[in-house]
Each structure stands twice: as C-alpha cells, then as structure tokens.
Design a protein around this ligand. Structure first.
Ligand code: GLU
Length: 480
C-alpha cells in the first residue's frame, strides 16, 4: 500500500513533451523538486515521449530550458519513456504468464457496439470483459490482440493521497484497461507504473487530473505485487475566471513569463504560494522553504492564477535583487522580447554602467524587467530626442516658460566644475530659488528635455546618469 519511510525519497517529474513547459507542469515540477530537496532525496526527470509525433528533440529541449530557467534541478539525464518500451512489454508478459492480464481480440466494431450500448443505457462506456475468461484457442484469425489487465470486479480500489485524502473507487467503474496496443506499443498506464517502480519512486506528486489514473495504476501495482508509491495529487491551476487554464488565458508556458520580464525566483515563489501556504508568510527564501515545505499544507481546491499578485511579487523580487543581476537579466531577455533590438543594438559597456547607476531609481517603480527596460529607455536614446506629446506640451505651455527656464539654467549647469548628482541638484535648486520658481516648474522641463517623457526616475538621477555631455546637449536641443 505505502512505501516504507526508511527508503530514500525519490520523486519524479514526468512531463509529456508539448513544445513548452506548461505553467501548471512547472508548478508540479517545483513541488516534486522541493519535496525531494526538503527530504534529502532526489527528483528524476522522465520525458513521457510515447506519442512519437509530438515528441521531438525540440519539445524536450523546451522543457529542459523552462526547468533550468526556473532553477529546478534533477538527478541524472532525462529518461525517455519511449526508450523503455521493451521493458514495459516484458512486464506485461509476466502479467500474461500469471493470468493477471489477457489478450483481447474484440474488433473495433465490437468496441463501437459496446460504447453505443452503454450510451443507450446511459452508462459510462466500458469494455465488457468478453475476452477475460475465454480460451486463447478461440482467437479469431487475422486480428492482432491488445493486452488488458484483469481488474477486480468486486470491491473498491482506494487511493491514499496526501492532498486528497482517502479516495474510494468502486471497481466496477474501472474496466479492464489496455496495457499493450495491438501494434505491441505499451500504453501510458503500464509505462508509468513500470517506470516509477524501476526508478524507485517513493512519492508521486502530479496534477489531480491524474487521480482516476492513480486508481487504475494501483490495480496494476497490485497485480504485479509491487508497492504503490505515496501519492499526492495537487489541484490544477485555473485562470482568473475560475476555468481551467487554457490558451484563452494566455501565458501558458514558463517561457512566456520570462518574456514578460518575470524573474524565475518570483515565479517560483508565486507558483508555490498558489495553493500552498505556511501561515501568512508570502515570501520564502529557498533555505526557508526546505525547512517548512510539506505536502499536507497543499490546498485541495483549484488554484486561481492572479496576474496582479504575480506582478507585485515580481516587483518585490526586483527591489530585493542585486543590481548587476538585474542588468544581466535584462540583457538576457532582449533577444526574445518585442522591441528588444532597440536595446541590444545600443548595448555597450558605458550603457551597462549607466544602467547600474540608474538601477536604484528604476527599481522603485518597476514590476517587471520590461518596466525596467522601459524606464531606462532614456539611456539608450541617441541624437536629438523626439519628445512625446505630453513632454512637448510641458516645454510649450505658458508661452514656453519651461523652455525659458532651461535656457537660463543651461549656462549655470555648463559652468559646474563637477558633474555629480549632488552638484546638479544643488545648482538646479539654487537656480529655482533665485528665480522664485517651484522646483517642478524647472524639473519637469528638464525631465521632458532629457528623457522625452513626463515620467522617469528622479530627474537628478537622470541628469547624473546621462553625464554632463549628453545631458547638456539634450537641454540645448530644446532651447535652441
Ligand atoms: N505525462 C503526464 C502528463 O504530462 C504525467 C504523468 C504522471 O505524472 O504520472 O500529464
């Protein structure tokens, strides 16, 4: 029933390659990884690539890429389920030998008929077991049989689940499922059982859409006389509207979150908190998690994706992050974001240093790396700036009062012996006082002239980061 707790913990992440790491699968992987790490065990990665049409190397690479980005590690190379097909067949052979499985020669027409009949009688479609006890000598010519498990007809199968509790399945709801198809290929159901057994998996953690499979797999384990691993079926992620997460909600793959400028550590924290809690603590370091993570704190109800919460969490992680780490993360996503080329074409050491200098100011208002890039745009502009409409209006209003301030301030800034944040701030404030203006009446036009916008990090930060030559040239460009 349950594996002994003395065994070393082995979890597994067993995705089917679909071309990306689904965000729900990413959460499953995260739970498996954390559970293994927290219990001094290991997680294995098994690619369930039995659907040969979809299972390309690119699809596997995309999964690995997503996991690596999230910082999820595993033990040993990814194992291909398809490559183990001979072993799966060998195990089915033992079931045939012990009479726990049988060959079924029902034709497609017969199966259709069974389905029709069930529909007419308003029963769920089930195979009726017609070859269960028939002698193989009755096998018709020219039909390649499938192999079916001989499921118990009476009683019930119980799944003991760390999240769902004890779940009872009446056995007459579980028909004799197929283990080998007529072409000899193993089904998902037998492959998973054999692989989990052979890999020494002690704890299965996966989406609760697999709960019925857990009952079916329990029957296979029992037929083989193998221990059933401990189970934990975690609720799926739903969209903000409560419906199962689908394309309609957008952002299905982990890489989409990377492209939207989320930090992997923030997404990890978010996915973990989605349906798992530890008191009312929101943020966890990895060390804290390894200390407190447990499956019993996983909620039973579906987790709803809350993009605002994710963005806020990401903002928190951005503010906490090391500035140079952020600069490198910004650089890393340029090839995959819209408009990234604007930055990558202009990216050089000088600008990298300017970004670092601007980072404390940029971080304050950013929720994503895209916000940071957008806020840092003024660093990347070249030549005479094309001002946004609102910025232009700031210079034009009151008969160009702002422009006049810039013209009057310009020689005082030009005369500064030293160009530091403190120096430009002091001089600008002194000018403001001398002409009896409010700081905003001068600062806003400076911002408009130096960034082309009406919002930016602190205006003195901007001036300092741009440096004397560029800053003065941009002011000159608006006063001439
Ligand atoms: N390959 C299955 C999936 O991606 C998971 C199977 C399992 O975890 O047992 O849904």
């Amino acid at each position: 029933m349950s594996t002994s707790s003395a065994q070393p913990v082995v979890t597994r992440f067993a995705p089917s390659p679909t071309g990306f790491l689904h965000i729900g699968s990413a959460r499953t992987a995260l739970f498996n990884w954390l559970y293994a790490e927290a219990n001094g065990g290991k997680m294995v990665l098994r690619i369930e690539d039995t659907d040969r049409a979809r299972s390309t190397q690119e699809a596997t690479d995309a999964l690995i890429d997503g996991l690596s980005w999230l910082g999820i590690t595993w033990d040993g190379g990814p194992v291909s389920q398809h490559a183990r097909a001979d072993r799966h067949r060998e195990v089915v052979e033992t079931l045939l030998e012990t009479g726990k499985a049988y060959r079924c020669y029902a034709t497609p027409e017969e199966l259709d008929e069974m389905r029709e009949k069930a529909r007419a009688e308003k029963r769920p479609p089930r195979y009726d077991g017609r070859w269960r006890d028939r002698d193989p000598s009755e096998a018709p010519e020219g039909i390649d049989p499938v192999v079916r498990i001989k499921s118990p007809r009476q009683g019930e199968t119980v799944v003991y689940d760390a999240v769902q509790g004890e779940v009872h399945f009446p056995n007459n709801d579980l028909d004799d499922l197929v283990l080998l198809r007529s072409d000899g290929s193993p089904t998902y159901m037998i492959a998973v059982v054999v692989d989990d057994h052979d890999m020494g998996v002690t704890q299965i953690i996966r989406g609760d859409d697999h709960l019925t499979n857990a009952a079916r797999q329990t029957i296979i384990y029992d037929a083989l006389g193998w221990n059933v691993p401990d189970m934990a079926h975690i609720p799926l992620i739903h969209g903000p509207d409560g419906a199962k997460l689908s394309k309609r909600h957008g952002a299905l793959g982990a890489e989409a979150y990377r492209t939207m400028g989320y930090l992997p550590e923030a997404l990890r924290n978010y996915l973990l908190r989605l349906g798992w809690s530890h008191g009312d603590q929101e943020y966890f370091t990895l060390d804290e998690l390894l200390e407190v993570f447990s499956l019993s704190a996983v909620g039973k109800s579906a987790a709803r994706m809350d993009f605002d919460k994710l963005a806020n969490m990401n903002g928190h992680y951005i503010r906490e992050a090391d500035d140079s780490h952020l600069v490198q993360s910004m650089k890393a996503i340029l090839p995959e974001i819209e408009g990234g080329i604007f930055y990558s074409e202009r990216w050089d050491e000088t600008r990298e240093a300017q970004l670092l200098e601007a980072m404390p100011g940029l971080k304050e208002r950013a929720k994503t790396l895209l916000d940071l890039l957008d806020g840092a745009r003024f660093i990347f502009l070249e030549g005479k700036l094309a001002l946004e409409e609102k910025a232009q209006a700031i210079l034009d209003k009151d008969d160009g009062a702002g422009r006049a301030h810039l013209a009057a301030l310009l020689p005082r800034l030009e005369a500064l012996p030293d160009w530091s944040l403190e120096a430009v701030e002091e001089e600008t404030r002194a000018y403001t006082k001398d002409v009896d203006a409010k700081l905003g009446q001068v600062a806003q036009p400076i911002r408009a002239a130096t960034t082309g916008r009406t919002t930016s990090p602190g205006v003195f930060d901007v001036m300092a980061v741009l440096g004397r030559d560029v800053c003065l040239q941009r002011i000159r460009d608006q006063t001439g």
